[in-house]
Write a new protein. Structure first.
Length: 171
């Protein structure tokens, strides 16, 4: 069983900074998604109504009066939501939960994998949990760390629920 302790004031501010960065990332991708959705909804309508008669356009599958158009639009929105989750690695609600609980954990384990994400603004570490065969992903949200490689033994201090790394040191 993992023991958890309370965060220091400095660690609390680091987690708040991670929340702000995550919120900016989510906002950026939501705006891009809304823009794409507007384009996907408007462009077929403009094309239909400028290149055919109103009656032909109303009978088309891409007309807003047809149920298939709304099914296509709903599918487009679902794909955008899943793309948002995958691309941003949304941790917003778990970081907010960490800011309420104020608990951190500390562990020492070898790195299984290290990779950079979000235009090198985040480094992700895959760690084999001690005393188990499970792997967990931990997030360093303050840029790219290039000194860490798979196989390095590290000591990680992290926020309990979001697994945002507060401090990482090689052992």
């Amino acid at each position: 069983m993992q023991d958890f302790s309370f965060m220091t004031t400095e660690e609390h501010f680091l987690l708040q900074d991670a929340l702000k960065k995550n919120k900016k990332q989510v906002t950026k991708f939501v705006l891009i998604g809304l823009g794409l959705m507007i384009v996907a909804a408007v462009v077929p309508q403009v094309y239909l109504y400028t290149h055919s008669t109103a009656q032909e356009a109303d009978q088309s599958l891409f007309s807003y009066t047809n149920g298939w158009f709304w099914l296509w639009m709903l599918s487009f929105i679902v794909v955008l939501v899943f793309a948002l989750i995958k691309v941003t690695e949304v941790r917003y609600f778990t970081i907010k939960r960490d800011l309420m609980a104020l608990q951190k954990g500390t562990m020492q384990a070898p790195l299984e994998a290290v990779y950079h994400e979000n235009d090198d603004t985040q480094t992700n570490f895959m760690v084999m949990l001690p005393n188990s065969k499970r792997k967990r992903l931990f997030y360093w949200t303050r840029g790219a760390l290039s000194d860490y490689r798979a196989g390095n033994e590290v000591e990680i201090s992290y926020a309990r629920y979001s697994r945002v790394i507060l401090a990482i040191n090689k052992v």
